[in-house]
Design a protein around this ligand. Structure first.
Ligand code: TXA
Ligand code: MG
Length: 327
């Protein structure tokens, strides 16, 4: 792992030369390039195997740079940036005309966020410009929450991975769209929906369709945030029954649970997940990676998290990671 380091000078030199750098943020690690250079941004898509029409978030040092990238900025954007930046909130705004199509996927809008991780904040402050960065994983795979996870995705193909330790939030930023008639929650994430609604004094519009639609169509594995080992969710008793049945048939199964397991049956691998939504979010992707590694299991079973507002971001991610729900 020759390319993992904490050297900001080296990261700056590479980014200024149009190269890619893995960067820590408080949510997940990003795969960063100079957002002003289309040829640098293009390398992100090649490395990730990501369709070129997917827009990427531009990371900034702070709200002073908002108007370099966005125009017709509504009051709501300034309020949210004031309240949550640096932090886990991405704002979708009308783009300035010079923002490259490579960043916006050819759309009129741009996603902007000032991450809170101190190493990357310092990097952005010294860089001065914006860094285009999606999560540093192969397209559709589980997002990385350590420098070693980024290495596991891209190895030595990436010139440098800045090591900022494990991510404290563990799921991606909350995305709020501010270009329509009403502020819209486009992706639940690190900043709770209620905190945003408190600042704006309104209820966010939220359409939960995509992940749910996937679950109803069995066999359609539109995997996103997903381990390579098939993951099923359900109530714990249902999962235990399923696990024992498959163990008897010689299958290798692991249960990731929050509630206590009913019985100690030999051969069943299990892992206790945190009982509290922030801690659960922080551990989720790392745990999925551990159980996915080496494909030791035929499938993974995850106890469905509580369906309360505090678990919104976690539920969004686990639904996308799962291939189905056992009912
Ligand atoms: O926490 C995060 O947001 C992490 C870290 C690295 O900052 N980044 C991240 O990036 O999750 P990515 O590319 O994996 O997801 C970005 C999401 C995508 O779903 C993309 O469609 C959306 O942001 N997005 C970016 N720009 C957009 C735009 N102009 N309009 C609508 N959606 C946009
Ligand atoms: Mg991603």
């Amino acid at each position: 792992m020759q390319n993992i380091s904490t050297n900001i000078d080296e990261a700056l030199a590479l980014l200024r030369a149009g190269e890619l750098v893995g960067i820590p943020t408080e949510t997940v690690y990003g795969l960063a390039a100079d957002a002003a250079r289309p040829e640098a941004v293009a390398k992100i898509f090649t490395m990730k195997g990501r369709p070129a029409d997917h827009p990427v978030i531009v990371h900034l040092a702070g709200k002073d740079q908002l108007s370099d990238w966005a125009r017709d900025i509504p009051d709501s954007a300034w309020k949210l940036a004031e309240a949550f930046w640096p932090g886990s909130l991405t704002l979708i705004l009308q783009r300035q005309p010079q923002v490259p199509d490579a960043v916006t996927g050819g759309q009129d809008t741009v996603g902007l966020r000032a991450p809170a991780h101190p190493l990357t904040h310092e990097l952005l402050r010294r860089f001065g410009g914006g860094l285009a960065a999606p999560s540093a994983n192969q397209f559709g795979h589980v997002s990385p929450t350590t420098a070693q996870h980024v290495y596991a995705e891209f190895g030595e193909r990436l010139p440098l991975i800045l090591d900022g330790g494990p991510c404290l939030v563990g799921v991606e930023s909350t995305i709020v769209g501010l270009t329509g008639d009403f502020p819209t929650l486009l992706r639940p994430g690190g900043v709770p929906r209620e905190a945003i609604e408190d600042v704006l004094g309104i209820t966010l519009v939220h359409h939960e369709k995509p992940a749910e639609a996937k679950l109803r169509v069995s066999g359609l594995l539109d995997s996103h945030y997903a381990p390579r080992t098939p993951l099923y969710m359900g109530g714990l008793r249902r999962l235990e029954d399923e696990a024992y049945r498959h163990l008897e048939q010689g299958k290798r199964v692991a249960i990731l649970h929050r509630s206590p397991l009913a019985g100690g049956v030999c051969g069943l691998e299990s892992h206790q997940m945190p009982d509290e939504p922030e801690a659960f979010a922080r551990d989720l992707y790392a745990t999925l990676r551990v159980f996915d590694e080496g494909r030791h299991f035929d499938f993974l079973l995850l106890e469905t998290p509580p369906q309360t507002p505090a678990w919104l971001a976690v539920n969004d991610r686990v639904k996308r990671a799962a291939v189905g729900i056992l009912t």
